[in-house]
Design a protein around this ligand. Structure first.
Ligand code: WT7
Length: 664
């Protein structure tokens, strides 16, 4: 891979790839005229458009009569007098149709072992687990934390919660005990569903022991039960009365469980994500609108067909794993691959090998994974995708961060063999599913651009006052009208919800995405330029700079002050760079290395290994204005290794810049 400056130089990309006959033929939205007709309909009859979609794509146990309630905006409600069950929409719906005996999930374990379940079998397993949850006293409205590896059981646990109307909150298996404890407390969880260990890259990593540590940190007063899936044969520590194994709670449970109807606005899940302050936000999604979106975007964005084999590589701990592993593919009646391991084990050709082996036709992954596999293939021919038959592929997808045109072209040529459209899907934890994305059978593709909003998504680029910015100039990405799968609130913090997403200066009802964007002068295509708040995107994972700063200063015996910024990284997109002032004198040489290592491990313990700073620089001080504000833009330049050309006249201590620039 080339340096980041080369990547930037090719960021403006002029090549256009129109869909070929293979992509348009039989596509649900075939050609731009069909796309525009849908947009037109949504614009002229907004509620009618969404009501039709909701009736056609969701099975309602009680039909809705109200489509959109804006009376308490921005607390929008969709289809709110309707009732449904999300699990019934993913499983029961297929019973009695040809889908019932179709493979729902092909699971490939870290060591390559494959197991699969049909829709009928999955329904039986979800129902059994739902009955087990009920026996443990979990009922509609209760919160359940799921801290599980990528397994069929992880999907079963999510679906089982949905089946009984319990609200799940999945915590990524890479998060620390501290992060887990905060989420258990904030969600007021009654149960934690976990596994004894998880397998990643041939290594057995503890999960249950981290749950124990989280609970030992205190404050988890609502928690009654810990359910443990024994993923491996290794022993784990059992707390009598609190911990039960899956085998124990499933014993004697019926494989039938009537799905609990819930109101459309009932919280299906809470998923924590980073914001611009220290505390993660519990993004709350509603059952009806979210489910509609999961189903609809499988149809629109992936043009999913009965014979497809769909593979989304995301972990269920992230929103992508919710919408495009746990719900969307099942609602669409698709066969999907679920993968436990990592892309580089036992070798960096694992993804390509799995595509060949399972005849994957739709492959959806993150730019960071592509970039790391490009690097691997460049240095070792044996793991280059050319060594595998990827002829089953029909559509490729990208998600989580901007994809640089260079990586896009490599993906297009070496993985898609120049035959597969790439859908560069822009969305967020808060949007529930895709909002700006190409449609494979319609949109001419431009590398590095997520192209155009889905029909009914009123995306725009505006200035601070909400005024539209002309094409060709950069501004803030907003969505001017609500949409069914949008975030409903921040769990326990409605004020923060309003403040974070619906700025008063724009009238208080327009959704602010938090990203900068620009539309191309010729086609009006959107290109995302990155976050405009203090949120970093490292390997497609969202991290708050303040969150990492809080973690660093929590090391009170050592750290006096810390400032965290992002800097560009060829593989991970962005890397975490921390500037630290210690309570003792500034360390240098070996001592600085040792303290940096200690701080890295500390951050891994406080948040999780994904938040570990790549660079740590020590200073006697931080660059501050005379009023004491840290000048982060200067730190961003230093982190990038750029010469400081900005105005530094308001700086209290200009000499510090030189010291920080050298202290690497
Ligand atoms: C942030 C949301 C989308 C689900 C996974 C991440 C960035 C996401 C793209 C894309 C450019 C993208 C944005 C966004 N992002 N997709 N296709 N092109 N940027 O969800 O953790 O909530 O992060 O990821 O910055 O705001 P998330």
């Amino acid at each position: 891979m080339s340096s980041s400056s080369t990547i930037e130089s090719v960021l403006v990309e002029n090549r256009v790839f129109p869909p070929d006959a293979r992509a348009t033929e039989g596509a649900r939205i075939a050609g731009m005229a069909a796309y525009e007709a849908l947009c037109q309909r949504a614009a002229s009859d907004f509620e009618g458009f969404w009501a039709d979609q909701a009736r056609a794509n969701v099975v309602w146990s009680k039909p809705f009569t109200r489509t959109l309630d804006e009376s308490r905006a921005p607390f929008y409600k969709w289809f709110d007098d309707g009732e449904l069950n999300a699990s019934a929409n993913c499983l029961d719906k297929h019973i009695g149709t040809p889908v019932e005996n179709k493979t729902a999930i092909v699971f490939e374990a870290d060591d390559g072992t494959v197991t699969s379940v049909t829709y009928k079998e999955l329904l039986a397993r979800v129902s059994q687990f739902a009955n087990a949850l009920k026996t443990q006293g979990i009922a509609k409205g209760d919160r359940v934390i799921i801290y599980m590896p990528m397994t069929i059981e992880g999907v079963v646990a999510m679906q089982a919660c949905a089946r009984i109307g319990a609200t799940h909150s999945v915590v990524f298996g890479g998060f620390s005990a501290k992060a887990l404890q905060e989420r258990i407390i904030d969600a007021g969880a009654k149960a934690v569903v976990t596994a004894n260990f998880q397998m990643r890259g041939g290594k057995e990593l503890p999960l249950k022991a981290i749950v124990d540590d989280a609970i030992a940190l205190g404050g988890c007063d609502t928690l009654q039960t810990v359910l443990v899936y024994e993923r491996t044969a290794s022993a784990w520590n059992r707390v009598e009365g609190r911990d039960k194994t899956f085998t124990e709670v499933l014993q004697g449970q019926s494989s039938e469980c009537a799905p609990q109807p819930v109101g459309a606005e009932h919280p299906l899940f809470i998923l924590y994500t980073s914001g611009s302050t220290g505390k993660p936000k519990g993004v709350q999604h509603a059952t009806g609108g979210y489910l509609l979106w999961a189903k609809l975007t499988m149809d629109w964005t992936f043009d999913i067909r009965p014979e497809d084999v769909f593979w989304c590589t995301a972990d269920i701990g992230w929103i992508t794993g919710h919408t495009y592993v746990a719900y969307g593919p099942l609602a669409a009646g698709a066969t999907q691959v679920v993968f436990e391991g990592i892309p580089t084990f036992p070798h960096a050709g694992r993804f390509w090998q799995m595509i060949e082996k399972h005849k994957v036709s739709i492959f959806y992954t993150a730019p960071t994974a592509i970039r790391s596999l490009i690097k691997a293939a460049d240095s070792d021919e044996k793991v280059h995708p050319k060594n595998w038959d990827l002829g089953s592929l029909r559509i490729l997808g990208s998600v989580g961060e901007p994809i640089n045109p260079e990586a896009w072209m490599w993906y297009h040529v070496n993985v898609g063999r120049e035959k597969c459209p790439i859908v560069d899907t822009f969305w967020q934890t808060e949007t529930g599913g895709h909002v700006i994305t190409p449609l494979p059978g319609a949109t001419p593709l431009v590398p590095g651009s997520c192209t155009l909003p889905l029909p009914g998504i009123m995306a725009a680029i505006v200035d601070e006052t909400g005024k539209d910015i002309p094409n060709g100039s950069g501004g803030m990405l907003v969505i001017k009208r609500p949409w069914p799968s949008m975030i409903r609130t921040i769990w326990n913090d409605p004020e923060r919800f309003k403040k974070s997403y619906f700025p008063e200066e724009m009238g208080g009802t327009i959704y602010l995405a938090g990203d900068g964007a620009v539309r191309s002068a010729d086609r009006g295509y959107f290109r995302i330029t990155g976050r405009i708040d203090d949120v970093l995107n490292v390997s497609g994972h969202r991290l708050g700079t303040m969150e990492i700063e809080s973690a660093l200063v929590a090391k009170t015996d050592l750290v006096a002050e810390a400032a965290v910024v992002g800097r560009p990284d060829d593989v991970t997109g962005e890397a975490v760079c921390a500037f630290v002032v210690l309570k003792r004198s500034r360390p240098t040489g070996e001592e600085a290395k040792a303290i940096a290592a200690e701080l890295r491990n500390w951050v891994a313990k406080e948040i999780g290994p994904i938040a570990k700073p790549k660079d740590i620089r020590f200073g006697d001080n931080l660059p501050k204005t005379r009023s004491g504000k840290i000048m982060r833009r200067l730190l961003r330049s230093i982190a990038k290794g750029e010469a400081i050309t900005q105005d530094t006249s308001t700086l209290e201590n200009p000499a510090i810049l030189e010291q920080l620039a050298q202290s690497n």
